[in-house]
Design a protein around this ligand. Sequence first.
Ligand code: SF4
Length: 474
Amino acid sequence: MGGFFGAASKRDVVLDVFFGVDYHSHLGTRRAGMVFYDNGTFQRQIHSIENAPFRTKFEDDLVDFHGNSGIGCISDTDPQPLLVRSHLGVFGITTVGAINNADQLIEDFFADGGKQFMAMGSTKVNTTELVAGLINRKETLVEGIKFAQEAIDGSLTLLIMTDDGAIIAARDRMGRLPVLIGKDDDGHCISFESFAYQKLGYEDCYELGPGEIVRVTAEGFETLAPAGDQMKICAFLWVYYGYPNSNYEGVNVETMRYRNGAIMARDEEARNGQIPDVDYVAGVPDSGLPHGIGYATETNKPFARPFIKYTPTWPRSFMPSNQAVRNRVAKMKQIPVPELIKDKKLLFVDDSIVRGTQLGETVEFLYGAGAKEVHMRSACPPIMYSCKYLSFSSSKSDMELIGRRVVQELEGDEGQKHLDEYSDATTERGKCLLKSICEQLGFDSLEYQSLDGMLEAIGIDREKICTYCWDGKE
Ligand code: SF4
Protein backbone atom coordinates (compact mmCIF):
# COMPACT_ATOMS: atom_id res chain seq x y z
CA MET A 1 0.00 0.00 0.00
CA GLY A 2 1.24 3.49 0.79
CA GLY A 3 -0.12 6.99 1.03
CA PHE A 4 0.85 10.57 0.27
CA PHE A 5 0.37 14.19 1.23
CA GLY A 6 1.28 17.39 -0.62
CA ALA A 7 0.71 21.11 -0.15
CA ALA A 8 1.10 24.30 -2.21
CA SER A 9 0.76 27.53 -0.30
CA LYS A 10 1.69 31.18 0.06
CA ARG A 11 3.58 30.22 3.24
CA ASP A 12 6.20 27.61 4.05
CA VAL A 13 4.61 24.12 4.07
CA VAL A 14 7.43 22.01 5.50
CA LEU A 15 5.62 21.27 8.78
CA ASP A 16 2.28 20.68 7.03
CA VAL A 17 3.84 18.09 4.75
CA PHE A 18 5.84 16.56 7.62
CA PHE A 19 2.75 16.03 9.80
CA GLY A 20 0.49 15.29 6.81
CA VAL A 21 2.74 12.46 5.65
CA ASP A 22 3.15 11.21 9.21
CA TYR A 23 -0.63 10.80 9.40
CA HIS A 24 -0.32 8.21 6.60
CA SER A 25 2.07 6.01 8.58
CA HIS A 26 -0.55 3.26 9.03
CA LEU A 27 -0.37 2.65 5.27
CA GLY A 28 3.19 1.43 4.98
CA THR A 29 6.23 0.27 6.85
CA ARG A 30 9.19 0.35 4.45
CA ARG A 31 10.24 3.74 3.08
CA ALA A 32 9.20 7.35 3.39
CA GLY A 33 10.30 10.54 1.74
CA MET A 34 9.59 14.21 1.18
CA VAL A 35 10.57 16.70 -1.51
CA PHE A 36 10.16 20.48 -1.31
CA TYR A 37 10.31 23.20 -3.95
CA ASP A 38 11.89 26.51 -2.97
CA ASN A 39 12.68 29.29 -5.48
CA GLY A 40 13.71 27.08 -8.36
CA THR A 41 15.44 24.38 -6.31
CA PHE A 42 14.29 21.07 -4.92
CA GLN A 43 15.33 19.44 -1.62
CA ARG A 44 14.60 15.79 -1.07
CA GLN A 45 15.17 13.13 1.57
CA ILE A 46 14.22 9.43 1.77
CA HIS A 47 14.64 7.18 4.81
CA SER A 48 13.85 3.60 5.74
CA ILE A 49 11.03 3.49 8.29
CA GLU A 50 11.37 -0.24 8.92
CA ASN A 51 12.72 0.17 12.43
CA ALA A 52 11.76 3.68 13.48
CA PRO A 53 8.69 5.82 12.86
CA PHE A 54 8.48 8.52 10.19
CA ARG A 55 8.76 11.47 12.59
CA THR A 56 11.87 10.14 14.30
CA LYS A 57 13.57 9.58 10.96
CA PHE A 58 12.80 12.98 9.45
CA GLU A 59 12.84 15.44 12.33
CA ASP A 60 16.57 16.20 11.91
CA ASP A 61 15.97 17.03 8.24
CA LEU A 62 13.40 19.70 8.99
CA VAL A 63 15.91 22.52 9.56
CA ASP A 64 17.27 22.03 6.04
CA PHE A 65 13.89 21.99 4.32
CA HIS A 66 12.21 25.16 3.03
CA GLY A 67 9.50 25.69 0.51
CA ASN A 68 6.00 26.80 -0.30
CA SER A 69 5.32 23.51 -2.08
CA GLY A 70 6.09 19.98 -1.06
CA ILE A 71 5.01 16.37 -1.46
CA GLY A 72 5.82 13.31 0.62
CA CYS A 73 4.89 9.69 0.98
CA ILE A 74 4.82 6.57 3.07
CA SER A 75 5.79 3.71 0.79
CA ASP A 76 5.38 0.00 1.29
CA THR A 77 7.52 -0.71 -1.74
CA ASP A 78 10.45 1.16 -3.25
CA PRO A 79 12.19 4.36 -2.13
CA GLN A 80 10.38 7.54 -3.22
CA PRO A 81 9.56 10.37 -4.01
CA LEU A 82 11.99 10.53 -6.92
CA LEU A 83 13.34 13.65 -8.56
CA VAL A 84 13.31 13.37 -12.34
CA ARG A 85 14.79 15.57 -15.03
CA SER A 86 13.39 14.96 -18.51
CA HIS A 87 12.19 16.80 -21.61
CA LEU A 88 9.12 17.65 -19.47
CA GLY A 89 11.25 19.58 -16.97
CA VAL A 90 12.33 18.72 -13.45
CA PHE A 91 9.68 17.17 -11.23
CA GLY A 92 9.25 15.27 -8.00
CA ILE A 93 7.00 12.20 -8.23
CA THR A 94 5.41 9.78 -5.77
CA THR A 95 3.11 6.88 -6.63
CA VAL A 96 0.76 4.42 -4.93
CA GLY A 97 -0.67 1.30 -6.55
CA ALA A 98 0.58 -1.92 -8.11
CA ILE A 99 2.17 -2.76 -11.44
CA ASN A 100 1.70 -6.40 -12.42
CA ASN A 101 3.20 -6.06 -15.89
CA ALA A 102 6.42 -4.24 -14.96
CA ASP A 103 8.69 -6.61 -16.94
CA GLN A 104 6.59 -6.23 -20.07
CA LEU A 105 6.52 -2.44 -19.71
CA ILE A 106 10.30 -2.36 -19.35
CA GLU A 107 10.74 -4.52 -22.48
CA ASP A 108 8.32 -2.31 -24.41
CA PHE A 109 10.26 0.73 -23.21
CA PHE A 110 13.54 -0.64 -24.62
CA ALA A 111 11.88 -1.84 -27.83
CA ASP A 112 10.54 1.67 -28.30
CA GLY A 113 13.97 3.30 -28.15
CA GLY A 114 14.29 3.82 -24.38
CA LYS A 115 17.83 3.16 -23.20
CA GLN A 116 18.04 2.71 -19.46
CA PHE A 117 16.54 2.54 -16.00
CA MET A 118 18.51 2.60 -12.79
CA ALA A 119 18.38 -0.90 -11.28
CA MET A 120 18.10 -1.61 -7.58
CA GLY A 121 20.17 -4.29 -5.83
CA SER A 122 17.53 -6.89 -6.71
CA THR A 123 17.89 -5.79 -10.41
CA LYS A 124 14.27 -4.63 -10.19
CA VAL A 125 13.42 -1.19 -11.50
CA ASN A 126 12.02 1.21 -8.90
CA THR A 127 8.26 1.31 -9.55
CA THR A 128 8.08 5.08 -9.39
CA GLU A 129 11.00 5.39 -11.83
CA LEU A 130 9.17 3.07 -14.21
CA VAL A 131 6.08 5.28 -13.98
CA ALA A 132 8.21 8.39 -14.62
CA GLY A 133 9.74 6.61 -17.65
CA LEU A 134 6.27 5.94 -19.05
CA ILE A 135 5.12 9.51 -18.43
CA ASN A 136 8.21 10.85 -20.19
CA ARG A 137 7.26 8.95 -23.37
CA LYS A 138 4.69 11.64 -24.09
CA GLU A 139 4.81 15.36 -24.87
CA THR A 140 3.00 16.63 -21.76
CA LEU A 141 2.69 15.43 -18.19
CA VAL A 142 -1.06 14.93 -18.58
CA GLU A 143 -0.71 12.85 -21.74
CA GLY A 144 2.09 10.93 -20.04
CA ILE A 145 0.04 10.20 -16.91
CA LYS A 146 -2.90 8.98 -19.00
CA PHE A 147 -0.54 6.83 -21.07
CA ALA A 148 1.00 5.31 -17.92
CA GLN A 149 -2.42 4.64 -16.39
CA GLU A 150 -3.57 2.89 -19.59
CA ALA A 151 -0.40 0.84 -19.93
CA ILE A 152 -0.25 -0.38 -16.33
CA ASP A 153 -2.00 -3.59 -15.35
CA GLY A 154 -2.85 -2.84 -11.72
CA SER A 155 -3.47 0.69 -10.56
CA LEU A 156 -1.70 4.04 -10.39
CA THR A 157 -2.43 7.04 -8.19
CA LEU A 158 0.22 9.75 -8.05
CA LEU A 159 1.45 13.22 -7.12
CA ILE A 160 3.89 15.20 -9.25
CA MET A 161 5.45 18.48 -8.11
CA THR A 162 6.62 20.50 -11.10
CA ASP A 163 9.41 23.08 -11.37
CA ASP A 164 7.03 25.97 -10.78
CA GLY A 165 5.86 24.58 -7.41
CA ALA A 166 2.49 23.39 -8.71
CA ILE A 167 1.31 19.90 -7.77
CA ILE A 168 -0.40 17.58 -10.21
CA ALA A 169 -2.55 14.89 -8.61
CA ALA A 170 -3.93 11.95 -10.57
CA ARG A 171 -6.37 9.43 -9.17
CA ASP A 172 -6.27 5.89 -10.51
CA ARG A 173 -8.41 5.24 -13.62
CA MET A 174 -10.88 3.20 -11.56
CA GLY A 175 -10.52 5.31 -8.43
CA ARG A 176 -9.27 2.35 -6.33
CA LEU A 177 -7.86 4.81 -3.79
CA PRO A 178 -9.12 8.21 -2.69
CA VAL A 179 -7.46 11.55 -3.45
CA LEU A 180 -8.82 14.62 -1.69
CA ILE A 181 -8.03 18.31 -1.79
CA GLY A 182 -8.12 20.51 1.32
CA LYS A 183 -8.07 24.29 1.49
CA ASP A 184 -7.02 26.95 4.00
CA ASP A 185 -6.51 30.73 3.79
CA ASP A 186 -3.02 30.37 2.30
CA GLY A 187 -3.34 27.49 -0.08
CA HIS A 188 -4.29 23.90 -0.81
CA CYS A 189 -3.20 20.42 0.10
CA ILE A 190 -3.73 16.98 -1.43
CA SER A 191 -4.12 13.88 0.67
CA PHE A 192 -5.13 10.24 0.72
CA GLU A 193 -6.59 10.50 4.23
CA SER A 194 -9.07 13.33 4.82
CA PHE A 195 -8.46 13.54 8.58
CA ALA A 196 -4.79 14.38 7.91
CA TYR A 197 -5.56 17.78 6.43
CA GLN A 198 -8.54 18.48 8.68
CA LYS A 199 -6.24 18.11 11.68
CA LEU A 200 -3.80 20.55 10.05
CA GLY A 201 -6.47 23.23 9.72
CA TYR A 202 -7.52 22.66 6.11
CA GLU A 203 -11.17 22.29 5.17
CA ASP A 204 -12.68 19.79 2.75
CA CYS A 205 -12.51 21.26 -0.71
CA TYR A 206 -12.77 18.55 -3.40
CA GLU A 207 -12.57 14.79 -3.93
CA LEU A 208 -11.14 13.70 -7.27
CA GLY A 209 -13.22 11.37 -9.42
CA PRO A 210 -11.77 8.19 -10.98
CA GLY A 211 -9.04 8.97 -13.49
CA GLU A 212 -9.28 12.69 -12.81
CA ILE A 213 -6.09 14.75 -13.06
CA VAL A 214 -5.88 18.13 -11.32
CA ARG A 215 -3.26 20.86 -11.01
CA VAL A 216 -3.12 22.37 -7.55
CA THR A 217 -1.47 25.67 -6.59
CA ALA A 218 -1.68 28.04 -3.62
CA GLU A 219 -4.41 29.97 -5.45
CA GLY A 220 -6.69 27.09 -6.44
CA PHE A 221 -7.01 23.98 -8.52
CA GLU A 222 -8.04 23.17 -12.07
CA THR A 223 -9.04 19.89 -13.67
CA LEU A 224 -6.63 18.90 -16.45
CA ALA A 225 -8.39 15.65 -17.32
CA PRO A 226 -11.99 14.97 -16.29
CA ALA A 227 -13.14 12.03 -14.20
CA GLY A 228 -14.26 8.85 -15.94
CA ASP A 229 -17.73 7.46 -15.33
CA GLN A 230 -16.69 4.09 -13.87
CA MET A 231 -15.37 3.67 -10.36
CA LYS A 232 -14.17 0.72 -8.29
CA ILE A 233 -13.03 2.16 -4.98
CA CYS A 234 -11.46 -0.41 -2.65
CA ALA A 235 -13.96 -1.80 -0.10
CA PHE A 236 -11.08 -2.69 2.24
CA LEU A 237 -10.50 1.03 2.87
CA TRP A 238 -13.57 0.92 5.09
CA VAL A 239 -13.27 -2.62 6.36
CA TYR A 240 -9.62 -2.59 7.39
CA TYR A 241 -6.89 -0.21 6.38
CA GLY A 242 -8.45 3.25 6.09
CA TYR A 243 -7.97 5.41 9.17
CA PRO A 244 -11.16 5.60 11.32
CA ASN A 245 -11.45 9.39 11.16
CA SER A 246 -11.33 9.55 7.36
CA ASN A 247 -14.18 9.86 4.89
CA TYR A 248 -14.08 8.45 1.37
CA GLU A 249 -16.86 9.20 -1.10
CA GLY A 250 -18.55 10.92 1.84
CA VAL A 251 -18.62 7.76 3.98
CA ASN A 252 -16.79 7.80 7.31
CA VAL A 253 -14.68 4.75 8.14
CA GLU A 254 -15.46 4.41 11.85
CA THR A 255 -19.24 4.71 11.46
CA MET A 256 -19.21 2.28 8.52
CA ARG A 257 -17.56 -0.24 10.85
CA TYR A 258 -20.26 0.23 13.51
CA ARG A 259 -22.94 -0.28 10.86
CA ASN A 260 -21.11 -3.28 9.48
CA GLY A 261 -20.94 -5.02 12.88
CA ALA A 262 -24.61 -4.25 13.51
CA ILE A 263 -25.72 -5.58 10.11
CA MET A 264 -23.66 -8.73 10.63
CA ALA A 265 -25.37 -9.36 14.00
CA ARG A 266 -28.83 -8.54 12.57
CA ASP A 267 -28.39 -10.99 9.67
CA GLU A 268 -26.87 -13.68 11.88
CA GLU A 269 -29.84 -13.55 14.23
CA ALA A 270 -32.27 -13.70 11.30
CA ARG A 271 -30.38 -16.66 9.79
CA ASN A 272 -29.73 -18.72 12.94
CA GLY A 273 -32.55 -17.51 15.14
CA GLN A 274 -30.08 -16.61 17.88
CA ILE A 275 -26.72 -15.11 18.80
CA PRO A 276 -24.31 -17.13 21.00
CA ASP A 277 -24.86 -16.59 24.69
CA VAL A 278 -21.57 -14.86 25.57
CA ASP A 279 -20.30 -12.77 28.46
CA TYR A 280 -18.58 -10.23 26.23
CA VAL A 281 -18.39 -9.12 22.62
CA ALA A 282 -14.90 -7.89 21.69
CA GLY A 283 -12.93 -6.77 18.67
CA VAL A 284 -9.53 -8.08 17.60
CA PRO A 285 -7.33 -4.97 17.93
CA ASP A 286 -7.21 -2.60 16.27
CA SER A 287 -9.53 -2.50 13.28
CA GLY A 288 -11.81 -5.28 14.61
CA LEU A 289 -12.82 -3.06 17.54
CA PRO A 290 -15.37 -0.80 15.80
CA HIS A 291 -16.99 -3.76 14.00
CA GLY A 292 -17.22 -5.37 17.47
CA ILE A 293 -18.83 -2.24 18.92
CA GLY A 294 -21.50 -2.39 16.20
CA TYR A 295 -22.12 -6.08 16.87
CA ALA A 296 -22.33 -5.56 20.65
CA THR A 297 -24.70 -2.59 20.33
CA GLU A 298 -27.03 -4.47 17.99
CA THR A 299 -27.15 -7.54 20.27
CA ASN A 300 -27.26 -5.66 23.58
CA LYS A 301 -24.23 -7.59 24.84
CA PRO A 302 -21.51 -5.91 26.91
CA PHE A 303 -18.47 -4.83 24.89
CA ALA A 304 -15.06 -5.47 26.47
CA ARG A 305 -11.35 -5.52 25.60
CA PRO A 306 -10.12 -8.90 26.90
CA PHE A 307 -6.70 -8.21 25.48
CA ILE A 308 -5.07 -4.95 24.68
CA LYS A 309 -2.14 -4.25 22.40
CA TYR A 310 0.93 -2.76 24.05
CA THR A 311 1.97 -0.13 21.51
CA PRO A 312 4.02 2.59 23.26
CA THR A 313 7.34 0.93 22.54
CA TRP A 314 6.28 -1.31 19.68
CA PRO A 315 4.74 0.85 17.00
CA ARG A 316 3.51 -0.92 13.89
CA SER A 317 6.68 0.04 12.07
CA PHE A 318 8.80 -2.12 14.35
CA MET A 319 9.59 -4.93 11.91
CA PRO A 320 12.58 -7.04 12.96
CA SER A 321 13.97 -8.86 9.94
CA ASN A 322 14.17 -12.14 11.85
CA GLN A 323 10.86 -14.05 11.55
CA ALA A 324 11.22 -15.70 14.96
CA VAL A 325 11.68 -12.29 16.61
CA ARG A 326 8.68 -10.93 14.65
CA ASN A 327 6.50 -13.80 15.90
CA ARG A 328 7.71 -13.20 19.42
CA VAL A 329 6.91 -9.48 19.14
CA ALA A 330 3.38 -10.21 17.84
CA LYS A 331 2.79 -12.26 20.98
CA MET A 332 4.47 -9.79 23.33
CA LYS A 333 2.17 -7.03 22.10
CA GLN A 334 -1.01 -8.84 23.21
CA ILE A 335 -1.52 -8.21 26.90
CA PRO A 336 -4.48 -10.05 28.41
CA VAL A 337 -6.91 -8.74 31.01
CA PRO A 338 -7.31 -12.05 32.91
CA GLU A 339 -10.47 -10.85 34.68
CA LEU A 340 -12.16 -10.54 31.26
CA ILE A 341 -10.96 -13.88 29.90
CA LYS A 342 -10.81 -16.54 32.61
CA ASP A 343 -13.97 -18.70 32.58
CA LYS A 344 -15.65 -16.27 30.19
CA LYS A 345 -17.51 -16.94 26.97
CA LEU A 346 -16.18 -14.46 24.38
CA LEU A 347 -17.25 -13.43 20.91
CA PHE A 348 -14.55 -11.65 18.90
CA VAL A 349 -15.00 -9.71 15.69
CA ASP A 350 -11.98 -9.41 13.39
CA ASP A 351 -11.82 -7.21 10.30
CA SER A 352 -11.05 -10.19 8.05
CA ILE A 353 -9.53 -13.66 8.01
CA VAL A 354 -6.75 -13.77 5.45
CA ARG A 355 -4.33 -16.62 6.10
CA GLY A 356 -5.71 -17.45 9.52
CA THR A 357 -2.30 -17.99 11.10
CA GLN A 358 -2.41 -15.01 13.41
CA LEU A 359 -6.02 -15.58 14.41
CA GLY A 360 -5.30 -19.22 15.24
CA GLU A 361 -2.54 -18.04 17.57
CA THR A 362 -4.85 -15.45 19.15
CA VAL A 363 -7.41 -18.13 19.93
CA GLU A 364 -4.75 -20.39 21.43
CA PHE A 365 -3.65 -17.47 23.54
CA LEU A 366 -7.23 -16.85 24.74
CA TYR A 367 -7.80 -20.50 25.65
CA GLY A 368 -4.39 -20.51 27.30
CA ALA A 369 -5.57 -17.59 29.42
CA GLY A 370 -8.62 -19.59 30.56
CA ALA A 371 -11.41 -18.56 28.14
CA LYS A 372 -14.37 -20.95 28.28
CA GLU A 373 -15.61 -20.30 24.72
CA VAL A 374 -14.21 -18.26 21.83
CA HIS A 375 -16.59 -17.40 18.99
CA MET A 376 -15.24 -15.57 15.94
CA ARG A 377 -16.91 -13.24 13.46
CA SER A 378 -15.25 -11.85 10.33
CA ALA A 379 -16.35 -8.36 9.28
CA CYS A 380 -16.10 -9.32 5.60
CA PRO A 381 -16.77 -12.49 3.56
CA PRO A 382 -14.05 -15.14 2.99
CA ILE A 383 -11.22 -13.68 0.91
CA MET A 384 -10.84 -15.79 -2.21
CA TYR A 385 -8.53 -13.69 -4.42
CA SER A 386 -5.34 -11.77 -3.61
CA CYS A 387 -5.52 -8.08 -4.46
CA LYS A 388 -3.95 -7.28 -7.80
CA TYR A 389 -4.55 -3.56 -7.70
CA LEU A 390 -2.80 -2.22 -4.62
CA SER A 391 -0.04 -4.62 -3.44
CA PHE A 392 -2.44 -4.82 -0.54
CA SER A 393 -1.85 -8.29 0.83
CA SER A 394 1.55 -9.86 0.82
CA SER A 395 0.11 -13.19 -0.42
CA LYS A 396 2.23 -14.47 -3.26
CA SER A 397 -0.50 -16.81 -4.39
CA ASP A 398 -4.25 -17.18 -3.87
CA MET A 399 -3.59 -20.57 -2.31
CA GLU A 400 -2.04 -18.84 0.72
CA LEU A 401 -5.53 -17.56 1.56
CA ILE A 402 -7.20 -19.79 4.12
CA GLY A 403 -10.48 -19.79 2.13
CA ARG A 404 -8.80 -21.12 -1.02
CA ARG A 405 -6.63 -23.57 0.88
CA VAL A 406 -9.60 -25.10 2.67
CA VAL A 407 -11.63 -25.30 -0.58
CA GLN A 408 -8.72 -27.26 -2.08
CA GLU A 409 -8.64 -29.57 0.92
CA LEU A 410 -12.39 -30.13 0.71
CA GLU A 411 -12.88 -30.72 -2.99
CA GLY A 412 -9.55 -30.41 -4.82
CA ASP A 413 -9.40 -28.56 -8.15
CA GLU A 414 -13.15 -29.06 -8.70
CA GLY A 415 -13.80 -26.85 -5.67
CA GLN A 416 -11.91 -23.95 -7.24
CA LYS A 417 -14.67 -23.80 -9.90
CA HIS A 418 -17.31 -23.11 -7.26
CA LEU A 419 -15.74 -20.26 -5.33
CA ASP A 420 -18.88 -18.12 -5.60
CA GLU A 421 -20.82 -20.79 -3.73
CA TYR A 422 -18.06 -21.24 -1.16
CA SER A 423 -18.08 -17.49 -0.43
CA ASP A 424 -21.81 -17.56 0.28
CA ALA A 425 -22.49 -18.96 3.75
CA THR A 426 -26.11 -19.75 2.83
CA THR A 427 -25.10 -22.45 0.27
CA GLU A 428 -24.11 -26.01 1.16
CA ARG A 429 -20.55 -25.40 -0.02
CA GLY A 430 -20.44 -22.12 1.94
CA LYS A 431 -21.56 -23.90 5.12
CA CYS A 432 -18.93 -26.57 4.58
CA LEU A 433 -16.16 -23.96 4.23
CA LEU A 434 -17.32 -22.18 7.35
CA LYS A 435 -17.38 -25.41 9.36
CA SER A 436 -13.91 -26.48 8.20
CA ILE A 437 -12.26 -23.11 8.93
CA CYS A 438 -14.01 -23.01 12.28
CA GLU A 439 -12.62 -26.46 13.18
CA GLN A 440 -9.12 -25.73 11.85
CA LEU A 441 -8.79 -22.52 13.82
CA GLY A 442 -10.40 -23.94 16.92
CA PHE A 443 -13.34 -21.54 17.36
CA ASP A 444 -16.57 -22.51 19.12
CA SER A 445 -18.46 -20.90 16.25
CA LEU A 446 -17.60 -18.85 13.17
CA GLU A 447 -19.66 -16.54 10.95
CA TYR A 448 -18.70 -14.21 8.12
CA GLN A 449 -20.29 -10.94 7.08
CA SER A 450 -21.99 -11.38 3.70
CA LEU A 451 -21.01 -9.36 0.64
CA ASP A 452 -24.47 -7.76 0.60
CA GLY A 453 -24.18 -6.87 4.29
CA MET A 454 -20.77 -5.28 3.83
CA LEU A 455 -21.92 -3.26 0.81
CA GLU A 456 -25.04 -2.15 2.72
CA ALA A 457 -22.75 -0.86 5.49
CA ILE A 458 -20.63 1.15 3.02
CA GLY A 459 -23.83 2.49 1.56
CA ILE A 460 -22.73 3.89 -1.80
CA ASP A 461 -23.74 2.45 -5.18
CA ARG A 462 -22.34 -1.11 -5.14
CA GLU A 463 -21.26 -0.82 -8.76
CA LYS A 464 -18.74 1.78 -7.62
CA ILE A 465 -17.01 -0.54 -5.13
CA CYS A 466 -14.20 -3.02 -5.81
CA THR A 467 -15.13 -6.45 -4.41
CA TYR A 468 -12.51 -8.44 -6.34
CA CYS A 469 -11.02 -9.94 -3.12
CA TRP A 470 -14.28 -11.74 -2.44
CA ASP A 471 -15.99 -12.41 -5.78
CA GLY A 472 -13.14 -12.12 -8.31
CA LYS A 473 -15.15 -9.55 -10.30
CA GLU A 474 -12.85 -7.05 -12.03
S1 SF4 B 1 -8.95 -6.42 -4.74
FE1 SF4 B 1 -9.58 -6.13 -2.59
S2 SF4 B 1 -7.91 -4.95 -1.61
FE2 SF4 B 1 -7.66 -4.83 -3.84
S3 SF4 B 1 -8.68 -2.93 -4.45
FE3 SF4 B 1 -10.19 -4.57 -4.66
S4 SF4 B 1 -11.26 -4.68 -2.68
FE4 SF4 B 1 -9.38 -3.50 -2.39
